[in-house]
Ligand binder design. Structure first.
Ligand code: NAI
Length: 327
């Protein structure tokens, strides 16, 4: 049987953590033959650590055959030791009266410390997924704080946007969601993201031709996907958690196990593709194989798409400029 791998999860006692850990331990992320050791991180605060213990009691009570070990941590320097996969979920939420700059600064502190800890103690091949918002910029900060690790090992979660877009297209076309291929989401995990179905196909037919409605694209589809997080909060009184956890599972599984040529969306550091400046943590269509992702290159960008990409890029570079002095 396979040797266990180490999976670190921060914010482990939070809402997303509660929807995520049981699925990782059951083998949904890395395969039903891959034992895992969970390295669970929470803030050192007594209440959070106690809540984490409760989650660990429940994990124990599931008697997952693949759960080879479990640790609770309050410090990333111990929590990330030898970790192979790091899911950075915990982040500072925006409090009442908090300005955007304050939010960026509070998170810059968290993700600088976590990036440094990964740099110091994690596996040299650690695969990092940042879920905590602002996810792209937090991933950028962690990457910049870990100069000894490969920059391509830092990613941000755009998969929830991708999955939301796929479901909207399935509903619009009346086709099964699993039949959709070649969907892409560009840019920031924020309402400025650009979900792009120009290349998408269903059973070989063009989705764009099937829908054939640019007004729907612009006035219904993009706002629905972009504002979905706010709509969930409005309906549920809490932010998306199970769907976010599901997207994190999808992202890591596809990165680790491969997509067989299918496109998925990941937030990854640009190498200059599509004119996105190097290192900007940007949503791109990718394929993955052998634990490596590759940005899908050479796609034509029309005028409408370029305007959408420019807008989400401007927001992201604004965020990055806002934290530059903190790095
Ligand atoms: P939550 O507030 O229920 O849980 C967050 C947990 O993180 C808390 O238990 C908190 O104590 C912990 N935490 C905070 N700072 C930490 C640190 N430095 N180290 C370790 N743990 C820390 O929040 P929830 O609902 O689980 O969401 C987590 C994050 O995910 C939020 O930032 C949210 O905005 C983001 N999110 C991102 C999505 C995406 O698509 N990228 C989708 C949905 C949520």
């Amino acid at each position: 049987s396979k040797k266990p791998v180490r999976v670190a999860v921060t914010g482990a006692a939070g809402q997303i953590g509660y929807a995520l850990l049981f699925r990782i331990a059951s083998g949904e992320m890395l395969g039903k033959d891959q034992p895992v050791i969970l390295q669970l991180l929470e803030i050192p605060d007594e209440k959070a650590q106690k809540a984490l213990k409760g989650v660990m009691m429940e994990l124990e009570d599931c008697a997952f055959p693949l759960l080879a070990g479990m640790e609770a941590h309050g410090d990333p320097m111990t929590g990330f030791k030898d970790t192979d996969y790091a899911l950075l979920v915990g982040a500072r939420p925006r409090g009442p009266g908090m300005e955007r700059a304050d939010l960026l600064a509070a998170n810059a502190q968290i993700f600088t410390a976590q990036g440094k800890a990964l740099n110091a103690v994690a596996s040299r091949d650690v695969k990092v997924l940042v879920v905590g918002n602002p996810a792209n910029t937090n991933a950028y900060i962690a990457m910049k704080s870990a100069p000894d690790l490969k920059r391509e090992n830092f990613t941000a979660m755009l998969r929830l946007d991708h999955n939301r877009a796929a479901s909207q297209i399935a509903a619009k076309t009346g086709k099964p969601v699993a039949s959709i291929r070649k969907l892409a989401v560009w840019g920031n995990h924020s309402p400025t993201m650009y979900a792009d179905y120009r290349f998408a196909t269903i059973d070989g037919a063009s989705v764009k031709d099937m829908i054939n409605d640019q007004v729907w694209n612009k006035d219904v589809f993009l706002p629905t996907v972009g504002k979905r997080g706010a709509a969930i909060i409005e309906a549920r009184g809490l932010s998306s958690a199970a769907s976010a956890a599901n997207a994190a599972i999808d992202h890591m599984r596809d990165w680790a196990l491969g997509t067989n040529g299918e496109w998925v969306t990941m937030g990854v550091p640009s190498n200059g593709e599509y004119g996105i400046p190097k290192d900007v943590m940007f949503g791109f269509p990718v394929t993955t194989e052998g634990g490596q992702y590759k940005i899908v290159e050479g796609l034509p960008i029309d005028e409408f798409s370029q305007a959408c990409i420019d807008k989400t890029l401007a927001e992201l570079t604004g965020e990055q400029d806002g934290v530059k002095h903190l790095l």
